[in-house]
Design a protein around this ligand. Sequence first.
Ligand SMILES: *[C@@H]1O[C@H](CO)[C@@H](O)[C@H](O)[C@H]1NC(C)=O
Ligand SMILES: *[C@@H]1O[C@H](CO)[C@@H](O)[C@H](O)[C@H]1NC(C)=O
Ligand SMILES: *[C@@H]1O[C@H](CO)[C@@H](O)[C@H](O)[C@H]1NC(C)=O
Ligand SMILES: *[C@@H]1O[C@H](CO)[C@@H](O)[C@H](O)[C@H]1NC(C)=O
Ligand SMILES: *[C@@H]1O[C@H](CO)[C@@H](O)[C@H](O)[C@H]1NC(C)=O
Ligand SMILES: *[C@@H]1O[C@H](CO)[C@@H](O)[C@H](O)[C@H]1NC(C)=O
Ligand SMILES: *[C@@H]1O[C@H](CO)[C@@H](O)[C@H](O)[C@H]1NC(C)=O
Ligand SMILES: *[C@@H]1O[C@H](CO)[C@@H](O)[C@H](O)[C@H]1NC(C)=O
Ligand SMILES: *[C@@H]1O[C@H](CO)[C@@H](O)[C@H](O)[C@H]1NC(C)=O
Length: 652
Amino acid sequence: MHIQLICLGIFQAVVTTNAVTIYGQQTLTTSTTSAAGSEYTGPAAYNPTTLVPPPVPSPFNTQFTLQLQNGGTNGLSIPVDGAFLGFSIEMSVANQVLGKNSSFIQVPFLNLMANLQQRAGRVHVRVGGNTQETAVLLDSTPDGRILEKNATGSSNPTQTPPLVFTPDLLRMMRKISSFVNVRWFLGIPFLVDTPNRLAIAEQGQAILGDYLIGLQAGNEPDLYARHLHRNSTYGPYDYVGEFGDLVTQMSNDANAKNRNLLIGPNIAYADWTTEDIWNTGFVDQFSANLAYLAVENYPTDNCAVQFNTGGTVHAPQDVFPSYLDHNAGRSIINKFLNSTNYAQSKGKKLLMFETNTASCGGFPGVSDVFGAALWGIDYGLQMAYSNFSGALLHVGGQNPFTSPPTNQSTYHQWTVGPVYYSSLVVAETLGPSNATQVLDLNANGGDIHTPAYAIYENGNPVRVGIVNFVDDPSGASTLSVSIAIGGSGVGQPNATPAQVKVKYLLASSVSQKGNYTWAGQTFGGHFDSDGRPIGTENITTVQCDQVNNVCVISVPAPSYALVFLDGTLTETEGAPSTTFPTTAQTKTRNTATVDATLLATSNGGFDKKKLGSTSPGGGVKNAAGAVRPAVGVVGSVLAVVGGVLFVFLRGV
Ligand SMILES: *[C@@H]1O[C@H](CO)[C@@H](O)[C@H](O)[C@H]1NC(C)=O
Ligand SMILES: *[C@@H]1O[C@H](CO)[C@@H](O)[C@H](O)[C@H]1NC(C)=O
Ligand SMILES: *[C@@H]1O[C@H](CO)[C@@H](O)[C@H](O)[C@H]1NC(C)=O
Ligand SMILES: *[C@@H]1O[C@H](CO)[C@@H](O)[C@H](O)[C@H]1NC(C)=O
Ligand SMILES: *[C@@H]1O[C@H](CO)[C@@H](O)[C@H](O)[C@H]1NC(C)=O
Ligand SMILES: *[C@@H]1O[C@H](CO)[C@@H](O)[C@H](O)[C@H]1NC(C)=O
Ligand SMILES: *[C@@H]1O[C@H](CO)[C@@H](O)[C@H](O)[C@H]1NC(C)=O
Ligand SMILES: *[C@@H]1O[C@H](CO)[C@@H](O)[C@H](O)[C@H]1NC(C)=O
Ligand SMILES: *[C@@H]1O[C@H](CO)[C@@H](O)[C@H](O)[C@H]1NC(C)=O
């Protein structure tokens, strides 16, 4: 409470001096229709609005059985990989999220990606969005930055600024991939047909090499006409024609060898349907060029509040319950089921290229609470079950993570939002084998508040994920889920193990902001994190009843439980645990108003001594959370502290 009040004071100062002008980052919008929200005038990402959780459903059945079997299970998804839930970073904020330049990379970002690499082997990140569409590559910018916006040139309802960027943005991405196995998607400017349009394809290939896995051609082209980027007759055939023009241009460019990495049609499913595109013959015509097919979709549009679009203004309290059940994810995906089927028939993978709780930064009290973490898990697993091949969570508001507003970055650390936990937990649920198949178990008689999934490898169930969306501090709504493998129910021998391991994602309420725990570890609250999980890991062992062929798993309301049926944890199967300490430290002169112990605990202990200093010249200098890798930097393991390996970066 104390800390929150202090922080609010700082936010007021920032707002009145109009410091926050970054497109696409501090966009968790303040709703004028929310009583609590309307009082608040700080950056929207830190709006303290807390909403009332939905009541316990009535009736609510808390005991049910999940009967599984080895082999012979129908309806499994296509094989998916653990990098399933990646991230989409609006190009205009790449220099805030990834780093300032190729010699100044954000350590929290590296740590957040390393956590996922550890579980999945790699991470998929897209740099693009509306701001890629007019981005121009220059050798250098007048003030030496790698990225610059021109807000005067903003031209559409979401005030997308034209961008200029330098090859150092791509070098920064490449350097990140030398620390953590991040594979990148980029976008080719589609709105303009200027001669240097292909520069990002040329330089992207030259600099990123194999780390470049896709080039988006057009971002939400079905909105081009509505946003006045094209005339009113612009339709699916026009897009397909322009895609063809792009392929021709690339074919005539010896340096654009990556014309097989294109991604289309990337529609928002707003003014066209996916079938409108498929029916043009697009996929057959450009099959050789299409690395992936993709769509973009958000469950709700919250742009009206922030950008005055004239659209519907939704009250967060009204929409909150709609995120807290199994229909939330399904209702986004239903319209694409024909397309995941169609993609399979064409031998293509379909991606959800941009998504999150709501467009334009999400809702205060909905997007920044524990309920959104559960929503993201169910939605992510539902997409996997529905034969998507991946989804990218768009960085906006507090999600999936936020670097502090620019001129607070010298004394604040990062905020890790709920859907980052979704990404982490889904990575661990799916694991790194690339062969995982997912089944929605239609659990508890199809009760939308208690979805459960089984995860298969080689046709056998290996893990079970159970969500309890219900908010009930009394404990009366804790689920008691009986898992049986084999047995008379399916005419197989009993195959229930002697014991299973369980990891929980927990918070006291679906409305809780920050401090969620995954197997006991957390990324804290606002400005608490350098991207390393804090706390001692807590994995629960459940003894099963092999005589009666059942393991009974308790699932609190609210929570997510991940059950490891064969006891094999996936948390380090993707890669060894790797973390990056914050070698360049916080400017303590400015931290007087922030509790030093808060920063200290957020730092995993390793750098405590440095952060504890509160006087100038106390040995702590430089900007927060950045690492300056020299050419040929190597990471070498120096110490094991609290079971976590710390990697020190040094030049050679
Ligand atoms: C943030 O930056 C603005 C302008 O860049 C400056 O006027 C303001 O004082 C800064 N705020 C803080 C809290 O440092
Ligand atoms: C990279 O960014 C840092 C921090 O803004 C700056 O000090 C440094 O000069 C920049 N390096 C280059 C090569 O531009
Ligand atoms: C910014 O955009 C406006 C409108 O398109 C243009 O007139 C101006 O020259 C641009 N400024 C810069 C610095 O590119
Ligand atoms: C719309 O644009 C297309 C393609 O540029 C052009 O052929 C057509 O004449 C335009 N229609 C109108 C009404 O301006
Ligand atoms: C599924 O997509 C195909 C290809 O666009 C289309 O022909 C078919 O009509 C669609 N089916 C449904 C039920 O929408
Ligand atoms: C996913 O694809 C598999 C394999 O084609 C199919 O059996 C299954 O029904 C599909 N699932 C959904 C939800 O469409
Ligand atoms: C999974 O696929 C990726 C990308 O193709 C590959 O690099 C990785 O080695 C694969 N992992 C396994 C366990 O096969
Ligand atoms: C998170 O936990 C810390 C330490 O217990 C506490 O000081 C802070 O207020 C909590 N933050 C939130 C948002 O609950
Ligand atoms: C570990 O997690 C279990 C399940 O949530 C809980 O009951 C137990 O108290 C936790 N133990 C510790 C040491 O936190």
